[in-house]
Write a protein that binds this ligand. Structure first.
Ligand code: G6P
Length: 488
């Protein structure tokens, strides 16, 4: 990349740092984290140098010095600086669990009935963003490109704009249509905050269009221009323009493909298939989250078994649920409901030598993950709504023999790229999902290979590095060389 992002490289800011803090017998340690955002940004920061600012996922404020010293060695290993933000217990409750996960997360996934619009959440949302702003200013210079990630940090660009005018924002989750967005009590402020970046980026055109429609509804007299070379310019004053565009995130395709081809993973995948005694394996891998459509998937599987008894004993749904947001009540409730539903369906159909659902509640390492993907005849992604969904892409990357069928929700961002090769489903349509499962299990070899090869080509051609370059080059091309006057 030709642009100079300042003397300290570029700065990534996200709610979480790409590490997790662990405590065992009173001893603290830090280890590398996992997840889509981390796998996407780490390689770029490592290659280009820079800093990552974020939270360690704890309300630990007593041993701050000790925690900071633990980050030193990890920073040198990873090749970029890790700069922690500390939050009090109350801030975690009102900012992270409250505003982020009880307002923005459900609302932006079209689930407004799950929202709790508590006004104290908003105050703490701003307060915590101020903390992020302070650390960002301290560790950057005026012309650094600052890449702000996701819904936790929407206000940051506006807070930084006078001192750090070159901020770009990427929303990893969907952006809702006006009927939903207008329910947000702070809609005007949030819109204004999103327009304080040089670049405001979404996963898909649908999200960018939704944003445009909300903007028009809130600012009926403002102008939106289509820009040469892509994106739309939102000109709020003659000195400040925000460019809006869609940049679908992706995966490190070669890494996952290489992993799936490795002898260790092939061996593990064979073991998994043998353990299932030649039965067809349908696989779901998700964070335990109500947006993922896990109950809907289980019920569709139940309907499939009920409708076609010849499948009894011939197919197993393997579901890996990665623990998530366990301190948020709705997530705890969902877990109980999933336990109940899985138990009920198992009780209904299991025989002495077959259990219809194998359900694990844990995180697994990358090798086990790749082995599960590779062993599965069918991959199930049935999100009620999803920004992108990297599991759908990882599943394809782990099928180098083009063997495997992907069932994909039409409401996942990845359906735009993978819809032509996947069997797409409406996760609210239980019969449609059962039909899709039937079709996937009986798909002829030739069709299966053709579809998988199409999806794999798409992902390979637009991997995480292309995504990164495209976002960074667009953002760098929009940076200012002198400060605009504030007019917002
Ligand atoms: C989604 C969000 C990320 C978030 C991740 C895990 O993918 O877009 O920003 O980090 O979920 O959720 P958590 O609340 O544990 O950070």
């Amino acid at each position: 990349m030709s642009q100079n992002h300042g003397s300290k490289g570029f700065i990534v800011v996200s709610n979480r740092l790409p590490v997790v803090l662990e405590e065992q017998n009173g001893t603290l340690s830090v280890k590398s984290g996992s997840g889509g955002l981390i796998s996407a940004l780490s390689p770029a920061l490592r290659d280009r140098g820079g800093s990552w600012i974020g939270w360690l996922g704890t309300s630990e404020t007593v041993r701050i010095k000790h925690i900071k010293s633990l980050l030193g060695p990890i920073s040198s290993q990873s090749g970029y600086r890790l700069l922690p933000i500390f939050m009090t217990h109350q801030e975690v409750k009102l900012f992270y669990q409250g505003f982020c996960n009880e307002i923005v997360w459900p609302l932006f996934h079209d689930l407004q009935s799950r929202c709790r619009f508590d006004p104290t959440y908003w105050d703490t949302y701003l307060k915590v963003n101020q903390k992020f702003a302070k650390v960002t200013v301290k560790h950057s210079d005026r012309w650094n490109l600052i890449w702000v990630n996701d819904y936790h940090l929407i206000p940051l660009g506006k807070m930084l704009r006078d001192k750090r005018p070159n901020c770009a924002f990427f929303l990893h989750i969907p952006f809702p249509p006006p009927d939903i967005f207008m329910k947000l009590p702070w809609r005007q402020q949030v819109m204004e905050q999103l327009l304080s970046y040089r670049l405001t980026a979404f996963q898909t055109d649908r999200d960018a269009d939704n944003f445009l429609r909300c903007f028009k509804e809130l600012n009926p007299r403002s102008r939106v221009m289509t820009r040469k070379g892509g994106g739309r310019g939102f000109k709020l004053s003659h000195q400040w323009e925000t460019v809006v565009g869609a940049f679908p995130i992706s995966i490190d395709f070669r890494y996952f493909e290489g992993l799936a081809k490795s002898p260790a993973v092939r061996k593990k995948a064979d073991q998994i298939r043998r353990a299932h005694q030649g039965r067809r394996i349908m696989l779901g891998i998700d964070r335990l989250d109500y947006t993922k459509g896990i109950l809907e998937r289980f019920r569709a599987f139940e309907l499939l078994l009920q409708r076609d008894p010849s499948l009894l004993g011939k197919v197993t749904l393997v579901q890996l649920l990665v623990p998530s947001r366990e301190d948020v009540t709705s997530y705890r409730n969902l877990r109980e409901e999933i336990d109940r539903e899985a138990g009920r369906i198992i009780g209904r159909f299991a025989t002495l030598d077959w259990i219809p659902i194998t359900y694990m509640y844990q995180s697994v390492g990358q090798e086990d993950l790749a082995a599960l993907y590779r062993a599965a005849h069918v991959g199930l992604v049935t999100s009620l709504k999803d920004g992108m969904n990297l599991v759908s892409k990882e599943y394809c990357a782990c099928h180098p023999d083009n063997d495997g069928v992907l069932i994909l929700s039409e409401f996942a961002g990845s359906a735009v790229e993978l819809g032509a090769g996947a069997i797409t489903v409406n996760p609210y349509d239980m019969e449609g999902m059962a039909n899709a499962m039937q079709k996937a299990l009986f798909m002829p070899d030739e069709e299966r290979k053709r579809r998988m090869s199409l999806m794999r080509r798409r992902i390979k051609g637009w991997d995480v590095f292309r995504w990164m370059d495209s976002f960074l080059n667009t953002a760098a091309g929009l940076t200012l060389s002198s400060l605009p006057k504030r007019e917002l």
